[in-house]
Design a protein around this ligand. Structure first.
Ligand code: DC
Length: 216
């Protein structure tokens, strides 16, 4: 494949988007952009700086002095790699909250469109196929049951040493599904021209194969 093409992957939390997108990017030799990590980075900065998200002027001032980028797969916030500190359940909630704020979405969507305009990329998130890269050549909507998604996320968090129960993770996933699907601005939904892949009961390799089949 020589021409520039974009792959949009959307779906709810824990559907396996980042694992699959990363693997597919590697197979195709293109860049992977994790837009959820960008919302998490904003949430992290809001928390660190104690910014009141209801205070529009303060939030805008913070956003104006915020630099977010991906370099070789690392998410960089104001020059610092923040890969690990943004992956806690507290930052999941912060990201979900920040992602409903128009000024935050406006800033991040602009950066994301820039990233998707220069070279072939695979980008995952909630509004990539419906908004950020509406004209992406390939669109996949990755889903799985809430229970299965909670099981996967619970395992991940336990491995990282977080003390959290399955029920708490399930509640968190259901809460975030609700926030992501009901927010006014660019809610999570399948683009009309996206192909739905339900990963419930499938192994990682089977999902990668299913996605690659759509792209080739
Ligand atoms: O994919 P994730 O769990 O890292 O995403 C964190 C939060 O950011 C999630 O609640 C939804 C939000 N998000 C969004 O609104 N739009 C995107 N394109 C990506 C993530």
């Amino acid at each position: 494949m020589n021409e520039v093409f974009r792959v949009a992957i959307d779906g709810p939390s824990g559907a396996g988007k980042s694992t699959i997108a990363k693997a597919v990017a590697k197979k195709l030799g293109i860049d992977y952009i994790d837009t959820g990590a960008m919302y998490r980075a904003v949430g992290y900065k809001v928390k660190q700086e104690g910014v009141d998200v209801e205070d529009t002027a303060a939030l805008q001032a913070m956003l104006d002095s915020t630099d977010i980028d991906f370099v070789k797969g690392d998410i960089i916030l104001d020059g610092q790699i923040v890969n690990d500190v943004i992956r806690t359940s507290e930052m999941s909630q912060m990201a979900s909250k920040c992602s409903a704020i128009p000024a935050v979405r406006e800033k991040l969507v602009e950066i994301q469109r820039g990233m998707g305009s220069r070279k072939s990329v695979i980008m995952d998130g909630r509004d990539i196929g419906t908004n950020v890269l509406k004209d992406a050549e390939y669109k996949i909507f990755l889903t799985a049951s809430a229970e299965e998604r909670a099981q996967r996320r619970h395992k991940e968090l336990l491995e990282k040493g977080e003390a959290i129960t399955f029920e708490e993770v399930l509640r968190d996933i259901e809460q975030r599904d609700h926030n992501d699907m009901t927010r006014k601005l660019n809610p999570l939904r399948k683009a009309d021209d996206a192909v739905e892949v339900d990963t419930t009961g499938l192994g990682i390799d089977q999902v990668i194969e299913a996605v690659l089949k759509e792209i080739k």
